[in-house]
Ligand binder design. Structure first.
Ligand SMILES: [Cu+2]
Length: 102
């Protein structure tokens, strides 16, 4: 019986730790409207800078709609940091849609 409880406690502990790690690893996908995105060079500029920004895991640019979809780890960076990263390369990024990704 002692063994049973030991296993039970271990299982619960393992689950809660895994859950806590999951919460930490949460990713968020945010769409930005970027008026300064005019041509392929602009996209290259964004890709060169924003894709390597700390915490950014994915980046998709759309020239037609002047939008960039940025996926980032919420424990590594946040919306403000990404917006200021765009500002650094002379672009104003306006978040348009926020979706939680898991
Ligand atoms: Cu351009």
């Amino acid at each position: 019986m002692k063994r049973f409880w030991f296993i039970m406690i271990c299982t619960v502990f393992m689950y809660s730790t895994a859950f806590a790690q999951d919460a930490k690893k949460k990713k968020e996908v945010v769409n930005f409207k970027i008026e300064e995105m005019h041509c392929d060079n602009c996209i290259k500029k964004i890709e060169k800078n924003i894709a390597f920004e700390k915490g950014v895991t994915d980046l998709k640019c759309d020239l037609k709609t002047h939008t960039a979809e940025v996926t980032y780890k919420t424990d590594k960076t946040d919306l403000d940091k990404i917006v200021s990263a765009f500002k650094k390369i002379g672009m104003t990024a306006i978040p348009t849609k926020e979706t939680v990704n898991d």
